[in-house]
Design a protein around this ligand. Structure first.
Ligand code: GBH
Length: 465
């Protein structure tokens, strides 16, 4: 195997999420989710609910092997309780369409669109929501379980808990450290209970998806081995516990990190963690999905107040660094992907991994003859090199899914963010392949990268921005 090619059977594809592409928010009995309530943008998104045959055809033309989509909880259970068969029918049609196109379906049950009725009943800070989620998982599993290859339960519980209930920049927009920690625990419990329900229904493979970011100081961004002062080491460890180990340790070791428990206790107490919960959360799973975008860059700064998205982060400054960034301002550090996969392989060696999201928003150059997104090609290519190196070092990564197929509705940022391999004109819903889509098809065809380095942006493309 050359250094640019990937293991035989490596799975290539893309990920999407329901609220970001489906639209049709009141079609066929769908109920309101917290994102319908919270978002101020037009909700028609990519109208994928009606255009899914075209979108599946696009993926087929791009020779994708796998598609990870999310199921909208409120299509299936509009008020969180009663089943809406017409909503289930949509995913039934979608899965059949994928299989007919030779694309393996990976279904994700929760990409942040909690039924508004369940939020009104307490939301994720309420333990009951985890049980409602397991009921929902059983319903979807029963209908699609004979055809879905892999089930993911929750996507990025950190984001759902700490941006939804901590900083409040995501739905439902609540701002309470206690609610954020209890939500995180209940999302993990929801994963475990849903895994049990799916297993009981005979599901093939089950996993959870976490967003993991290496945590480092500004100096370490260009030199991972740079030694740290005691204060900075403590700052890095505290953010690592909040962002990463809070989820990895319960899922893969059945315990909360010892250094995190006092932080949770101060903000939320520990009564919400019941005896037996961690055993449920740590039920064996088949794959851990990892979404990687950017490192978290921090340093000790005594006067700094806590960031509401990281309750317990008093005395820690989140830094900007002079590296290349995406349009969103996220630092581009591809080798962080090898760093994090090496770390997970060492510390949690038993689990198979899949990169379930990686990608970037850039200002694409849209012309009559095409959409030129060389920055996205460079971003993905450099991350694939880092991934390939991690695999050579023994990381058990079975596949890679680009975030995302289509330019879409980027949560609180609306429509101006462009993460797609495919451009969408939201006035007409016309889809056009970007250069990156065709480039990715070539990666899939040769099961790896070309031996030459990617192209840097040309002066014309830079000037065109
Ligand atoms: C994903 O989450 C989501 O799953 C997906 O729905 C979304 O469209 C996609 O990202 C793009 O946003 O402060 O610069 O260090 C990403 C989770 C958590 C990743 C916060 C970036 C901040 C990076 N994100 N993190 S930075």
């Amino acid at each position: 195997m050359s250094t640019a090619s990937f293991p035989q059977g490596f799975v290539w594809g893309v990920s999407t999420s329901a609220f970001q592409i489906e639209g049709a928010t009141s079609a066929d009995g769908r109920g309101p989710s917290i994102w319908d309530t919270f978002s101020s943008d037009r909700a028609e998104a990519c109208d994928h609910y009606h255009r899914y045959p075209e979108d599946v055809r696009l993926m087929k033309d791009l020779e994708m092997a796998a598609y990870r989509f999310s199921v909208s909880w409120t299509r299936v259970l509009p008020d969180g309780g009663k089943v809406n068969p017409a909503g289930l029918d949509f995913y039934d049609r979608l899965v059949d369409e994928l299989l007919a196109a030779g694309i393996t379906p990976y279904a994700n049950l929760y990409h942040w669109d909690l039924p508004q009725a369940l939020e009104d009943a307490g939301g994720w800070p309420s333990r009951e929501t985890a049980h409602r989620f397991a009921d929902y998982a059983a319903v979807v599993g029963e209908r699609l379980g004979d055809r879905v290859d892999t089930w993911f339960t929750v996507n990025e519980p950190w984001v759902a808990a700490f941006l939804g209930y901590g900083s409040g920049i995501h739905a439902p927009g609540r701002k309470s450290a206690a609610d954020a920690f209890t939500s995180a625990h209940h999302l993990l419990l929801a994963h475990g209970l849903a895994a049990e329900a799916l297993r009981a229904g005979g599901a093939a493979k089950i996993g959870a998806v976490v967003n993991i970011s290496p945590v480092m100081t500004p100096a370490q961004v260009s030199d991972f081995d740079r030694p740290l002062s005691e204060e900075d080491a403590e700052a890095v460890a505290r953010i690592d516990a909040l962002a990463n180990r809070q989820f990895l340790d319960p899922l893969l070791r059945g315990e909360y990190p010892a250094d995190l428990l006092p932080v949770i206790e101060r903000a939320a107490g520990l009564d919400h963690i019941h005896d037996g919960d961690l055993a449920v959360i740590a039920r064996p799973m088949d794959v851990l999905g990892i979404n990687y975008y950017a490192p978290l860059v921090v340093q000790a700064q005594p006067s700094e107040p806590a960031d509401p998205a990281f309750p317990g982060s008093e005395g820690i400054l989140f830094c900007t660094v002079p590296t290349a960034v995406t349009a969103m301002g996220w630092p581009i550090v591809p080798n962080c992907l090898s760093l994090l996969l090496g770390r997970i392989s060492r510390e949690y060696p038993a689990i198979d991994l899949m990169i379930t999201e990686n990608g970037a928003d850039f200002v694409d150059v849209v012309t009559g003859d095409g959409i030129h997104d060389v920055d996205r090609i460079n971003f993905i290519e450099e991350h694939l090199r880092a991934l390939r190196a991690a695999i050579a070092d023994g990381a058990r990564v079975r596949g890679y899914l680009v975030w995302t197929l289509l330019d879409n509705l980027e949560w609180s940022d609306g429509y101006q963010r462009k993460f797609g391999l495919v451009h969408v004109d939201f006035a007409t819903q016309r889809r056009r392949l970007k250069d990156s889509a065709l480039w990715y098809r070539d990666v899939i065809r040769r099961n790896g990268l070309a031996d030459t380095r990617p192209k840097r942006p040309t002066l014309e493309t830079v000037a065109a921005r």
